[in-house]
Every structure is written in C-alpha cells, then in structure tokens.
Design a protein around this ligand. Structure first.
Ligand code: AVJ
Length: 324
C-alpha cells in the first residue's frame, strides 16, 4: 500500500475520478481482469447496498445490528468517558447510533468515509439526535493514512469502530496493513471494535450473495453503469452476468461479472477484449474465524479484548486493545 498524500481541499471530485480511471484501466488491462470493490459505492451503488441489507438472504447487517443491540452495554464498557470514537468507512451511521446510545459522554464522534457527501449528510442527521455530541466528519479513503480532527487527537484515548465486515473486502495482507494503519492513527491505549462475518456453511454464504430478487446482481452490474457514465465506457449491461460463489480454499465470497460472449469494450478510449465467459473480478468478501482475525490483529500489535456473536455464530464483533 502506498502512502499517497490525499489532498482533500481543492477538487476531490477530479482526484476521485482520476483514481477511479487509473484503477479501472489497470484492472481491465490485468489478467485476470479485476476492479477494486470500493468503486461499487456511487450514489446508486450505496442505495443498492442498503437494499441488499434488507433482502432475506443477506444476514450480515441484520445479525450485526442484533449483536450490537444485545451487547451494547457490554461493548460500551470498553469505551472510557471522554474517548473519541472514530468510525472507519461509516456509510450510514446506523450501527454507530446503537453504540452512541450506550456510551458515556465522548470527546467526539468522527465518522470517516470515502464519500464526502454521504458522511456530511449523516453527520447532519445525527447532530439533532445527539445534541451533546461533537460530530466531526472526515472525508478520506481509509486504506491510506489520514489525519484526525484536533479534538479527537486531544482526547485521552481513541476508540476505532469498523463494523459491517468491510475488513473482509481487503486481502488478508491489506487487512493487516489496515490494522497497522489504524494503530498509527488511534495511538497507544486505543481500543478497536471490528464487525466480521464468520466462516460458515457454503449454502448460507452463497444464498446471501445470490438473492432471489437480484438486488446483489444489480449492485454488481451498477459498476459497469458507473464506468459507462464516468469513464466514457460502452459496456452493454445485458451481456454481463452476475457470478458469486464461496471459495472454500481461501475463505472468501468472490463476485464476478462474466461476459456472455466474445466482445470488445471501450473505456476512456482504450479497448479491452473479452473472451466468452471471461470475468471481471469485482469483489472478495473474506470470512474469518475468531481465531484467524485474532491472529491477524495480534501480528500487528492489537491484543484481543472481547468477542460477541449471535446464537447461530454467523457474525462477530471483536474488540482489540493497543497497550501504551
Ligand atoms: C459491505 C463489504 C460487507 O462483503 O458482504 C454485499 C458488500 N457485496 N453483497 C459484503 C456486499 C455483495 C458487503 N460488505
């Protein structure tokens, strides 16, 4: 991972598009073809993801919320009064709300998200519901080092919150790099609370990423719509099919878009050839056990400090601390 200095002020729009273009061109030029999963989340993509969380087959969000509600008081014990709570990749702050209702008075709540519009809007919606709380949104790509607001740095401790099994989108070595980065940002004495989907029956996993209503398929294909719009692409949507399956060897769900025929596609003037059946690998969603995530975290200095799961052991919330 390269520590690119992300300038946040002048033209985030232009910078975002440049990174998107570079990543898409590199990914479509690669073998196998691939595009980073973080690009799913344009406006439509974020809305489609919200709809995924409501289909009956997709258990992670529902299960994580259940665990948070059932154990909020317990989890909150790891959050000392006066801490700054930093949420990585906050999206909608639905899960943070559950924690925020259970925690002692905080120095600040800092939602961090790659989508500036989203994070500002969520902050605006949160403030009236938590009038005592300082909500200080930050627009940043959590894959890279970023700076916290002064109020969060001045707090005696910082608590990271990384729900949603977003950590599963990283390759294991990237997940380790993320945890190292989080330690650097949060500083010694910190706590980190991570939501992680657990390894389970392939049938349950496969169903969760192949919902009957086809919302996940739409979410996957929307990436091509985004490329067509933002990068002058000419993908024909009905010639690409949603593929999602559990890869048991690597403990991950893979999502692909498979070309139904041999064809050429143009993106920002560059031409890409597809064989019939050739896929663009659009997402990995790694699944962990309590042990495997614990080992990964320990390897970069985080000590396991608590685990909460649901009755069926589908999902976990795992806490770690960084000694000072
Ligand atoms: C938001 C990354 C946790 O991996 O389950 C949902 C994204 N992709 N359905 C996941 C997703 C397809 C989701 N995460």
């Amino acid at each position: 991972m390269v520590a690119l200095a992300h300038s946040q002020t002048p033209q985030p729009q232009a910078a975002d598009t440049a990174a998107f273009e570079a990543d898409v061109l590199a990914g479509l030029g690669g073998t196998p073809k691939h595009i980073p999963a973080k690009y799913f989340y344009d406006g439509t993509g974020s809305q489609l993801f919200e709809r995924i969380t409501e289909v009956p087959e997709y258990y992670p969000t529902r299960t994580e919320m259940r665990i948070l509600r059932d154990h909020a008081a317990d989890i909150a014990k790891l959050i000392a009064p006066g801490s700054a709570l930093v949420e990585f990749g906050s999206g909608s702050s639905k899960k943070a709300r559950i924690l925020l209702r259970a925690v002692p008075p905080l120095a600040a709540y800092v939602p961090v998200d790659i989508c500036g519009e989203m994070v500002e809007q969520e902050a605006a919606e949160l403030r009236p519901d938590f009038p005592q709380l300082k909500v200080l949104p930050v627009t940043a790509d959590i894959c890279f080092p970023f700076e916290l607001p002064a109020e969060a740095m001045a707090a005696p401790v910082r608590v990271g919150f990384f729900p949603g099994s977003t950590i599963g989108n990283f390759e294991p070595h990237e997940a380790a790099a993320f945890l190292r980065n989080a330690a650097k940002i949060l500083l010694p004495g910190a706590t980190l609370i991570v939501g992680v989907d657990l390894i389970k029956d392939a049938e349950i996993l496969n169903a969760a990423y192949n919902d009957k209503d086809g919302v996940t398929a739409k979410f996957n294909r929307n990436l091509l719509t985004r490329i067509n719009r933002e990068l002058r692409g000419n993908f024909k949507l009905d010639t690409f099919e949603h593929h999602a399956f559990f890869n048991r060897e690597r403990n991950r769900i893979e999502m692909h878009l498979a070309s139904l025929k041999r064809q050429k596609v143009k993106v920002v003037g560059e031409c890409f050839d597809f064989r019939a059946g050739e896929t663009i690998h659009t997402e990995n969603s790694y699944k962990y056990s309590v042990e495997s995530l614990g080992a990964l975290a320990r390897g970069v200095g985080w000590e396991p400090a608590g685990v909460w799961t649901d009755k069926r052991q589908y999902f976990s919330i795992q806490a770690f601390t960084l000694s000072d």
